[in-house]
Design a protein around this ligand. Structure first.
Ligand SMILES: Cc1cc2nc3c(=O)[nH]c(=O)nc-3n(C[C@H](O)[C@H](O)[C@H](O)COP(=O)(O)OP(=O)(O)OC[C@H]3O[C@@H](n4cnc5c(N)ncnc54)[C@H](O)[C@@H]3O)c2cc1C
Length: 566
């Protein structure tokens, strides 16, 4: 197999991967950035509503970074590591200022300062935005900044498949050139996994097709643990029936959720915060309304923007307006937008510390949605993810630089290990019969939605585990129809299927294991939070068909867990 050498390989060219690459390459180290898609098509570009930041001199006079950290911790139902939340809040203003100086054109207030709006769970408004296309604006800015650096090489339309490791260290990754299926061993001193989320595991998701959880599965197969894998976020307002996101900005700007009686039903579930309650609470409220007969046929409720006025909607919520028009035939200036919950974000991720370092393998780092630092705990607050990608992308890049300063080359040869990864991948193309991989994926997405979704219980999750185990068996006998070597997307979809199955087993098993309700993990059979037994992080390893679970304490600095009411 062909081999190339770099100081660092970064898997993923979204905001987290690019920010880490920027730090590493600026320090003079060579970086290969591998991405399934062209960098500015990474999922960060889909982020709409904004990026949270406390900015000194440009925030509510009563606000401060400690309040921001507190909101994040309470929003995460106290599973957040509080040192991470403090770092996120204290660095937020600086990071937005940096992006502004690099060229992001944030919306302004009449006096010229960066504009701000409320997002769910915020005591004071902190979300900064570029209309409702914030992610796109940030991603173009960071890509432009990073792609100009001499030490960065981009490998886009390359598929990272397996990590290569020795006893204790990561030594590289095997990736395929998607144009011709040729595998290459990227040998490196350090690897940063910044491969984003996993929405495709669920039948209903706001994520696009590229979010198949590859990084999590790659890490699991290399013997690395995921932290808090049971925590999956469901966004309350996905457009019915296409599941395109209607950003939380719509409620931040004054949008109201209404049932089939026209009632502002959030008053029943979050009397103070109403429509701006955190996502887990709003998602459960919507499904409860539907279940109790107050939804609309098909299973949705209405998001009412009509009182905001046509001009305001078209200026501040242009994307929501256009999506409702194009994909539901609704004019949001005159009618309610039909919405229902859909999978949106993954709080779980590769276990890393506040510097992005993984404790299982030397030289392995992770950042962004692929990582669990843990800054979102059991439920992420809206607009905190873009912030996390940039703050912790930068922290991780800096930690990699420190790691490289004292790096010594191992004496053992590793090249043979890379050949095994190639074989594992080619098996699916060689087979002529069996089950088409699409069947397995469709069934998996159905099972995850039904049994490991917004509402969970023991029977459902046991059923999910048994179904996933069956699908893992079926997957050994899957094939692809396309046998060509040119842009064989079916081949990569089949590899993604393998990744999705590995991750799904870990999610379902750890969800069954956690016998309480906390944030987005809501169990009908254990409806209360149980700090005495469960105020701890889940740490999960995948060993064959078995998920091995241990725990880590939650870091508490200033804020004692209290009841979470809004
Ligand atoms: C519709 C939508 C709207 C959102 N709006 C907001 C918002 O307003 N504010 C907010 O804070 N958050 C928002 N989020 C969440 C936020 O956008 C993401 O969590 C964040 O952008 C993830 O960034 P990332 O850098 O970790 O990963 P991504 O931007 O998803 O990038 C992942 C990268 O990994 C690459 N990759 C993946 N697998 C492989 C592989 N096997 N081989 C090679 N490359 C691979 C991809 O090509 C891509 O380059 C939103 C999410 C969605 C779905």
């Amino acid at each position: 197999m062909e081999k190339v050498n770099y100081d660092v390989v970064v898997i993923g060219a979204g905001l987290a991967g690019l920010m880490a690459s920027h730090e590493i390459a600026s320090a003079g180290y060579s970086v290969a950035v591998i991405s399934k898609v062209f960098p500015t098509r990474s999922h960060s570009s889909a982020a709409e509503g904004g990026i949270a930041a406390y900015i000194d001199g440009n925030s509510d006079p009563n606000d401060n970074p400690d309040y921001m950290a507190y909101d994040t911790i309470k929003g995460g139902d106290y599973l957040v590591d509080q040192d991470a939340a403090e770092l996120l809040a204290y660095k937020s203003g600086e990071i937005v200022r940096i992006l502004e100086s690099w060229g992001t054109l944030f919306n302004r207030q009449p006096d010229g300062r960066i504009a701000v709006r409320y997002f769910g769970g915020q005591t004071y408004p902190r979300t900064r935005f570029v209309g409702d296309k914030t992610g796109m604006a940030l991603l173009h800015t960071v890509y432009e900044r990073t792609s100009g650096l001499e030490k960065v090489d981009f490998y886009f339309e390359w598929f990272a498949w397996e990590l290569v490791r020795d006893e204790s260290r990561v030594r590289g990754v095997v990736a395929f050139d998607m144009r011709n299926m040729i595998p290459v061993f990227f040998k490196a001193k350090a690897i940063v996994i910044a491969s984003g989320g996993m929405g495709m595991l669920y039948k209903h998701t706001t994520n696009s097709y590229i979010n198949t959880g590859d990084g999590y599965a790659m890490a699991l197969r290399a013997g690395v643990a995921l932290k808090d894998p049971e925590f999956v976020q469901f966004h309350p307002t996905a457009l019915y029936p296409s599941d395109i996101l209607i950003s939380e900005a719509a409620r931040g700007e004054g949008g109201i959720l209404r049932n089939n009686k026209g009632e502002r039903f959030m008053a029943r579930y979050a009397p103070k915060k109403l429509d701006l309650a955190p996502r887990d609470i709003a998602s459960r409220a919507i499904l409860t309304e539907v279940k109790e007969g107050r939804g609309f046929p098909g299973g949705y409720v209405g998001l009412d923007l009509t009182h905001l006025g046509e001009e305001y909607i078209k200026e501040r919520l242009a994307l929501a307006y256009e999506a409702a028009k194009a994909f539901a035939g609704i004019d949001a200036t005159k009618e309610m937008i039909p919405v229902r919950p859909a999978q949106h974000y993954y709080m779980g991720g590769i276990d890393v510390n506040i510097e992005g370092r993984n404790p299982d393998i030397i030289g392995l780092f992770a950042a962004g949605e692929a990582a669990c630092v843990s800054v979102h705990g059991a439920n992420r607050l809206g607009s905190n993810s873009l912030l996390e990608t940039l703050v912790f992308g930068r922290e991780t890049g800096r930690a990699v630089v420190e790691f490289l300063k004292s790096y010594t080359e191992p004496s053992s040869d590793i090249d043979k290990e890379s050949e095994k990864a190639e074989q594992l991948a080619y098996d699916v193309v060689k087979r002529e019969s069996g089950v088409h991989f699409g069947e397995v994926v469709n069934k998996l997405r159905e099972v995850m939605w039904e049994d490991v979704g917004v509402f969970r219980n023991e029977d459902g999750m046991k059923n999910a585990i048994s179904e996933i185990l069956k699908l893992r068996e079926m997957a050994k006998d899957t094939y692809v129809l396309d046998k060509s070597k040119v842009y064989n997307t079916e081949f990569y979809n089949a590899l993604e299927m393998k990744n999705m199955l590995d991750l799904a087993l870990v999610i379902a098993s750890t969800a069954l294991n956690r016998k309480e309700s906390r944030g987005a993990h809501y169990r009908l059979d254990y409806p209360k939070r149980d700090d005495e037994n469960w105020l701890k992080h889940t740490i999960a390893y995948l060993r064959g068909n078995t998920v091995e679970i241990t725990y880590k304490p939650v870091k508490i600095t200033k804020w004692k867990p209290e009841e979470r009411v809004y």
